[in-house]
Design a protein around this ligand. Structure first.
Ligand code: PMP
Length: 399
């Protein structure tokens, strides 16, 4: 009997599994719309010019690679605060926000989850139905019971807002609610400003703890527009969590650049919270890596590069929108008679297409078009070369 004889084989990550299948596919017109990655019109992962400029400057300095502080690069943390909350926001000015550099958005969620688990172990965590799969997995693994609140309404092709609100109102005081700040993954349907006000009122009335996951700031309507919900939570006087990811907005997926911010009631409280976040980090991986945060911080803090970043981010956002329109138009041209205009109304990288598991499997096996079984397509991976094939393929499985 070995120590590991009873160890079960864990299921493969469904999306990474799709990637492997895609790599092995010999279809000449194959298209990978499975993974949540932005590709440019030539199908390549971009290396942003602002990143290249900052990297060149960093390399020419030949800086030694000492340990960073446990909470990361100070200039990075303050740039994140300014970006997420606004430099002049009262919470930032009052020193009520504790921000730490993390290993991507996932790292921010995990540090937040571990801290919350110490703080409030019996709270339930509510995630949207559906949500990014790792939300449930990560909070469960951190020891929480995870339940879902209603979100997607297939018949209406939008948000089941009454259902969502009813579920939040039925939650127990102290429960943690994970909310997508913008560009909901996987559905592409966001709440309106008025709906957010109602969510905030419910969170406040029921004494819930909001955890806003912002993995796509700038990919929806714009940096300020996408971040507006954070200002609303702060203005409501709530204590809440925000996870930030720069994986998509800087195209720095592999550098693992993210941040966790916790808005507190006072400066003293924020200092105590920060000390606990640091303890959580210290006992997990001691301190974060230097390169990605140095690049992001240089770009955010240098006006010329910052302007370049905003331009490049705007171009990615505009291209995604153009691809949404091209997909909706192309499906019509390919003979789809159903109203597919919802594709244009969705925001962010993804489109919940409404296609069934069987249709998604046919897309893969017959046409080499890869999306998830849930019907999610990454519109940020469409381009002028693959769009026609994708439209023909979808039209064929919808017949
Ligand atoms: N939250 C959501 C909703 C996401 O879609 C993702 C990335 N797919 C993340 C968090 C994690 O981002 P990162 O890759 O920076 O860890």
């Amino acid at each position: 009997m070995s120590l590991f004889s009873a160890v079960q084989l864990a299921p493969r990550d469904p999306i990474l599994g799709l990637n492997e299948q895609f790599a092995a596919d010999t279809h000449p017109a194959k298209a990978n719309l499975g993974v949540g990655v932005y590709f440019d019109d030539s199908g390549k992962l971009p290396l942003l010019q602002c990143v290249q400029a900052a990297e060149q400057a960093l390399m020419s300095k030949q800086a030694p690679r000492g340990y960073l502080p446990i909470d990361g690069l100070a200039a990075y943390d303050s740039a994140v605060k300014a970006l997420v909350f606004g430099a002049q926001a009262p919470a930032v000015q009052d020193g009520r926000v504790a921000t730490v550099q993390t290993l991507g958005g996932t790292g921010a969620l995990k540090i937040g989850a571990d801290f919350l688990r110490q703080l409030t172990p019996s709270a339930k965590v509510l995630v949207s139905n559906p949500s990014w799969d790792n939300h449930k997995a990560l909070f469960s693994r951190a020891g929480f019971e995870v339940a879902a609140y209603r979100y997607y309404d297939a018949a209406r092709r939008g948000v089941d807002f009454e259902g969502m609100l009813a579920d939040l109102n039925a939650a127990a005081a102290g429960d943690i609610v994970v909310l997508h700040a913008c560009c909901h993954n996987p559905t592409g349907y966001d709440l309106s400003a008025a709906q957010w006000d109602q969510v905030i009122a419910a969170v406040k009335a029921k004494g819930l703890t909001a955890f806003l996951d912002m993995a796509y700031q700038g990919f929806g309507q714009g940096l300020a527009e996408d971040g507006a919900v954070i200002g609303k939570f702060a203005a409501a006087g709530l204590s809440f969590f925000v996870s930030t990811s720069f994986s998509k907005s800087f195209s720095l997926y592999g550098e693992r650049v993210g941040a966790l911010s916790v808005v507190c009631e006072s400066k003293d409280e924020a200092a105590r919270v920060l000390s606990q976040l640091k303890l959580t980090i210290r006992t997990n991986y001691s301190n974060p890596p230097t390169h990605g945060a140095a690049v992001v911080s240089a770009v955010l803090n240098t006006p010329e590069w910052r302007a370049l970043w905003e331009k490049e981010l705007g171009e990615m956002r505009t291209r995604i929108k153009a691809m949404r329109q091209a997909l909706a138009d192309g499906l019509k041209a390919a003979g789809v008679t159903q109203d597919m205009s919802f594709i244009v109304n969705q925001v962010g990288m993804f489109s919940y297409s409404g296609l069934s598991k069987e249709q998604m499997q046919r897309l893969r096996s017959e046409f080499g078009v890869y999306g998830t079984d849930s019907g999610r397509l990454c519109v940020a991976a469409l381009n002028s070369r693959n769009i026609d094939h994708v439209c023909q393929a979808i039209a064929a499985v919808m017949k």
